[in-house]
Design a binder for this molecule. Structure first.
Ligand SMILES: NC(=O)c1ccc[n+]([C@@H]2O[C@H](COP(=O)([O-])OP(=O)(O)OC[C@H]3O[C@@H](n4cnc5c(N)ncnc54)[C@H](OP(=O)(O)O)[C@@H]3O)[C@@H](O)[C@H]2O)c1
Length: 329
């Protein structure tokens, strides 16, 4: 029985964590090609914080409810979706609406629960794995034997990027705050750099005999943009996915030209469902086998009941976490 109304957490107005309010909304119905998921767990990501603050509005057509990833059970499918999916436990990338009892999603964006994973662990996967896969391996073209720097190695994106890059054969550098450096090394980082007291450009130059790294995944921006280009080698690729320290910079592009470097970036949420479905297929083929074998495990920092979503947001904003925070429903 699918109820007419469901419990969810909405952003009552832009602002501090307290604007997250539990409420009732009509249960969504799956459209053509869609699955309706009874949500068991929903991952919390920093973009949810930005959305709550009014700085990251949902793309046209997406739910205004926060929540970009879930795990749960498919309880109904829309026209032209495979009816055999009903009853399957899945995790899914959603364009919003995850902080709820039920959410609809294009069925192509559902992925199986990796072997031995809890629904909480599975709910922590889609947002960071789609983002890291697309930006590091598709846009950044990181290959086995190359070197890779991810800033913010202890966060949700960072812990995913370290593990995936290492598992696929890269030498991994990361930056993090001092207390989190050992955790980053434990996840596979070859070199972990304290961003507050150490100069990542100089350390990377030293560790690579002056060559620099092949790919950088940056979520910091600001003065890191010019420093990244210095830490990047010939034919290197800089991929920006966020600008926690600002999106403007004064850059001398001479190095970029002389070293034939590429500067790129992307945001996941507004991309077409077809693009995300293509990424889902690549993840299924290239990354899910690593999860099934236990080569990569998500790092779950804490869980909170859905009604305490504000607490979960406060925890992310305090940046005391390593890995992911997940809401349980
Ligand atoms: N473009 C996209 O498609 C996309 C998708 C998902 C997420 N994002 C963005 O990616 C970023 C990470 O998301 P998340 O969910 O992983 O957030 P998160 O778990 O809060 O991680 C953020 C990380 O940034 C680190 N950091 C902050 N200032 C830094 C600095 N100056 N140098 C190095 N690291 C620094 C923090 O490190 P410490 O805690 O050690 O200080 C923290 O580990 C967010 O800005 C988010 O909006 C973008």
């Amino acid at each position: 029985m699918i109820p007419e109304a469901m419990t969810c957490v909405e952003i009552s107005q832009p602002g501090a964590p307290d604007v997250l309010k539990s409420t009732q909304r009509p249960t969504p119905r799956p459209g053509p090609g869609e699955a309706l998921i009874a949500v068991a767990a929903a991952g919390v990501n920093r973009p949810d914080i930005l959305q709550r603050q009014g700085a990251y509005p949902p793309p046209p057509g997406a739910s205004d409810l926060p929540g970009l990833e879930v795990a749960g059970t498919i309880v109904a499918v829309g026209e032209s979706a495979d009816p055999a999916l009903v009853g399957a436990n899945v995790c899914a990338l959603v364009a919003g609406g995850g902080y709820a009892d039920y959410v609809t999603v294009d069925s192509r964006l559902c992925l199986p629960i990796p072997k031995g994973f809890t629904l909480i662990e599975a709910a922590s996967l889609p947002e960071t794995f789609f983002t890291v896969w697309h930006n590091v391996f598709e846009r950044g073209q990181l290959k086995a034997g190359e070197s890779f720097l991810v800033h913010g190695g202890a966060g949700g994106i960072g812990t995913t990027a370290i593990q995936l890059a290492k598992a696929l054969g890269a030498r991994v550098f990361t930056t993090a705050s001092a207390a989190k450096l050992d955790r980053c090394k434990g996840l596979g980082a070859d070199v972990a750099i304290d961003y507050a007291t150490q100069d990542f450009v100089a350390l990377i130059k030293d560790a690579t005999q002056g060559k620099g790294v092949d790919v950088i995944l940056d979520m910091v921006g600001g003065d890191y943009i010019a420093r990244n280009l210095k830490a990047l080698g010939t034919e290197g690729r800089l991929v920006s996915i966020a600008f926690q320290n600002g999106s403007t910079a004064e850059i001398n592009f001479m190095t970029m030209m002389l070293k034939r470097q590429t500067i790129t970036g992307s945001t996941l949420r507004p991309q077409s469902v077809d693009s995300k479905a293509r990424m889902a297929q690549a993840l299924r083929e290239k990354v899910w086998p690593l999860l099934n074998k236990g080569v990569i495990r998500p790092v779950i920092h804490a869980t909170y009941p859905l009604a305490q979503a504000a607490e979960a947001h406060r925890a992310i904003e305090a940046s005391s976490h390593v890995g992911k925070i997940v809401l349980t429903i």
